[in-house]
Design a protein around this ligand. Structure first.
Ligand code: NAD
Length: 331
């Protein structure tokens, strides 16, 4: 099948070319994101392969469908950037990679917790400058601390397994209980109780209307003073402006994020020599107790290889009329 591949990076090509040696599709790689302005590039391609920050809203889908695109192949798990209902109305199929390595994201999540707790990023710079003082580096034992996990699906469960190894007390909130987590002793509580009891809050639910700005002024007010908040899920789960107020007041003691609500304009590109125009993001970078990574939690060799393989298998299944096990269904 002819595939228009958007937001291509050198590492995408490396892993997809390798997987495509078996799958045998005709891939045209474009570095640009899919947007209203760039969708013309997909003309004549039955499939558009997209990533987390490609724009696949109703207007883009209408234009793509008119150009002959019948399949949107997401090479990620989240699908909040695709208007699924419009796709269904247009007869455009959407497939995704629901699981590639929950371990990758979970391990990065815990990496953020440890980096913040023990100020590893500071310590590293200090030692390189010959400053071996420990002032300001005092951390806390993870053991016996209460970790509140919002969303106990594949990634949330992996985070729980790691934190269980640390000896944390783990509470969780999800619409559906995960028996494997309960077997580890996780206690399911209401969201307000989770906010009130947690020393560390880690977000692992998808971004939906109901979870948009789950962390906001009101929920922050319910949290413990000095709470650590970690978000490796989707940026808009946190109202960033509210988080900044929480950081300024000291209510939030640590913030670790791999995702940001306006990340489309920033992430995945080298902006070293550009002026940062996003003042909210700029403010975030000034806090000594904030660590930001640029949507790299998924980025391990195992995960990227699996993403390439599953994405191409999804496309092959569509082409051959086989059952689409990874189709994204409309509401
Ligand atoms: P999953 O579908 O296995 O688990 C999601 C869980 O969230 C489910 O248990 C679901 O019941 C729960 N949930 C749904 N609505 C909820 C709500 N309103 N409140 C609380 N819980 C709710 O998904 P996953 O593989 O664990 O991925 C979780 C999220 O991680 C994805 O949606 C994606 O946005 C994000 N993600 C980020 C990266 C990264 O690189 N940073 C990589 C992969 C996935």
């Amino acid at each position: 099948m002819k595939i228009a591949f958007f937001s291509t990076k050198p590492y995408d090509r490396r892993f997809f070319d390798l997987a495509n040696a078996v799958a045998g599709h005709e891939i045209t790689y474009f570095e640009t994101r899919l947007t209203r302005q760039t969708l013309k590039l997909a003309e004549g391609h039955e499939c558009a392969c997209v990533f987390v920050n490609d724009q696949v809203d109703a207007s883009v889908l209408i234009a793509l469908a008119a150009q002959g695109t019948r399949l949107i192949a997401l090479r990620c798990a989240g699908f909040n950037n695709v208007d699924i209902n419009s796709a269904r109305e247009l007869g455009v199929t959407v497939v995704r990679v629901p699981a590639y390595s929950p371990y990758a994201v979970a391990e990065h999540t815990v990496g953020l917790m440890l980096a913040l707790n023990r100020r590893i990023y500071w310590a590293h710079s200090r030692v390189r400058e010959g400053n071996f003082s420990l002032d300001g580096l005092l951390g806390f034992d993870m053991r016996a601390r209460t970790a509140g996990i919002v969303g106990t699906g594949k990634i949330g469960e992996c985070v729980i397994r790691i934190l269980h190894g640390f000896g944390c007390r783990i509470i969780a909130y999800d619409k559906h209980r995960n028996p494997a987590c309960e077997a580890l002793g996780v206690e399911y509580v209401g969201l307000d109780d989770l906010f009130a009891q947690s020393d560390i809050i880690s977000l692992h639910c998808p971004l939906f209307k109901e979870t948009h700005h789950l962390v906001n002024m009101e929920s922050i007010a319910k949290m413990r003073r000095g709470v650590m908040i970690i978000n490796t899920s989707r940026g808009a789960l946190i109202d960033t402006r509210a988080a900044i107020e929480g950081l300024k007041s000291g209510k939030i003691g640590y913030l670790g994020i791999d995702v940001y609500e306006e990340e489309e304009a920033l992430f995945f590109e080298d902006k070293t020599f550009e002026i940062l125009t996003d003042d909210v993001f700029a403010r975030l970078t000034t806090f000594p107790n904030v660590v930001i990574t640029g949507h790299q939690a998924y980025f391990t060799q195992e995960a990227v290889a699996r993403i390439a393989q599953t994405t191409l298998e999804n496309i092959t299944a569509y082409e051959s009329g086989a059952e689409l096990v990874n189709a994204v269904k409309a509401d």
